[in-house]
Each structure stands twice: as structure tokens, then as C-alpha cells.
Design a protein around this ligand. Structure first.
Ligand code: DX5
Ligand code: ZN
Length: 229
């Protein structure tokens, strides 16, 4: 995949119908999703538990775009191979989840997959300063991870701006995740984010039987950020 900084919308299937992932994935892609964001939670690093590598492998059969796997699990290293084999295109791990996050990034890259590193809202950017020559994406959490539907934490805008400066010319995506809506997206895009994860803002009001609502919600985010780039 060639690198580009155009805005990409990555609906989080955390807000999908958990009994119907295949059709939900096809619906959001048909309605204009650029990436599919897959939230893996272990009931330990975060309180909630979602799904594991076997489910992610099943999702792969339906994802035609780009499967972006956000691991909210600790430890991470023992599971990297499993998510790579499950067909992730990008594997993102939290800096707070492993003592040797540089090694974790190397292990992801060794599988041939793209590597992302994620920071919780309270984690300073300095924690990844020496990772920037290793990663393909930095995910800034704009809520505390664990649940969909939370309120955007405004300090994420300034953090995005500072991260964009740190990145300079490096081909590294900036992803923001949590509370992204047509109201909050313009400021993070203006600050330098190029991948917008959105759960509730995409799935709200729609269903596999009313997929056009997903399309309408995706377009609302896209239109809101036009001009912010
Ligand atoms: C939160 C997850 C997010 C979540 C976002 O822990 O990482 O991807 O699904 O949901 P919204 O967009 O509803 O805040
Ligand atoms: Zn996520």
C-alpha cells in the first residue's frame, strides 16, 4: 500500500451487531468505509472482552478494504503471530501494555504486517519518540479505551498537532479513536490526523437492513472535515 495522508474513515465494528459481523462489514464497506477497525479487548488491559484471533480470521473473509486490528490486550507479544495469521493488515498495540514496546513493534514488522502503536489519553508523546523510525501508524486514543460511545477528550487535538510535528516527513499515519463525530473530527484533521475511527457516529440509527444510514453517517464525517485538511 502506498502511503498517503488523505483522510480515511475507519468504522469500528465494536458498534456493529455482534451476531452479524459478516453482513455488517460488507454494509459499511459498500457505504464508503475506507478501513475496517477491529477492537480486540481482553477483559484485563481494558474491562470489556470482545473477540479473539479466530473471530478476526472469520472477519477477514468479508473485509475487502483494509483490516486495522487495535489490540487492547496485555501482554501483546504472545499473540502477534495469531493476529498476523488471522489476516490483519495493521496490528496496533498499546505502549502501556508491554514493557518492551520497541521489541513488540519489531515483532509485528517481522510478520510482514504494518505496525501501529497506541497511546492512552494520559500517556505523553515522549513515550514513543524513539519508536518513530519503526512504526507505520500512531493511534492517539481520544477516550480511555474500553467502550464505544464515550465523549471526546479535547486535549487530543493539541496532542495530534504535536505528534504531527514530531513525525515530520516520515510516512506515519495518525489515527484518532474515541468520540469522533462530525463535530469533533474537523479539529483533529486540521491538527494532522488522517485516519478517523468512528463507532457510534457511523452505526448510529442504521442496520444491515438500513445500510444507507451508515452511508449517510460516513458522508457526514467526510463532509465535516472537507476544508480542514
Ligand atoms: C474504544 C475503541 C474504539 C471505539 C470507538 O476503546 O478503541 O475504537 O469503538 O467508539 P466511538 O466512536 O463510539 O467512541
Ligand atoms: Zn479502537
Amino acid at each position: 500500500m502506498s502511503f498517503d495522508r488523505s483522510v480515511k474513515i475507519a468504522p469500528s465494528i465494536l458498534s456493529a451487531d455482534f451476531a452479524d459481523f459478516g453482513r455488517e462489514i460488507r454494509a459499511i464497506e459498500d457505504q464508503g468505509a475506507d478501513w475496517v477497525h477491529v477492537d480486540v479487548m481482553d477483559g484485563h488491559f481494558v474491562p470489556a472482552l470482545t473477540f479473539g484471533a479466530q473471530a478476526v480470521r472469520a472477519f477477514r473473509h468479508h473485509v475487502k478494504t483494509f483490516m486495522d486490528v487495535h489490540l487492547m490486550i496485555s501482554p501483546v507479544d504472545p499473540y502477534i503471530e495469531a493476529y498476523a495469521e488471522a489476516g490483519a493488515d495493521m496490528i496496533t498495540a498499546h505502549v502501556e501494555a508491554e514493557s518492551h514496546i520497541h521489541r513488540t513493534m519489531q515483532a509485528i514488522k517481522a510478520t510482514g504486517k504494518m505496525a501501529g502503536v497506541s497511546l492512552n489519553p494520559a500517556t505523553p508523546l515522549e513515550s514513543i519518540e524513539y519508536l518513530l523510525d519503526t512504526v507505520d501508524m500512531v493511534l492517539l486514543m481520544t477516550v480511555n479505551p474500553g467502550f464505544g460511545g464515550q465523549k471526546f477528550i479535547p486535549s487530543g487535538v493539541e496532542k495530534t498537532r504535536r505528534l504531527r510535528e514530531m513525525i515530520g516527513d516520515r510516512p506515519i499515519h495518525i489515527q484518532v479513536d474515541g468520540g469522533i463525530t462530525p463535530e469533533t473530527a474537523p479539529a483533529v484533521v486540521a491538527a494532522g490526523a488522517d485516519v478517523l475511527v468512528a463507532g457510534s457516529a457511523v452505526f448510529r440509527g442504521g442496520s444491515v437492513d438500513k445500510p444507507e444510514i451508515y452511508g449517510k453517517n460516513i458522508r457526514a464525517i467526510r463532509e465535516a472535515v472537507e476544508g480542514a485538511v
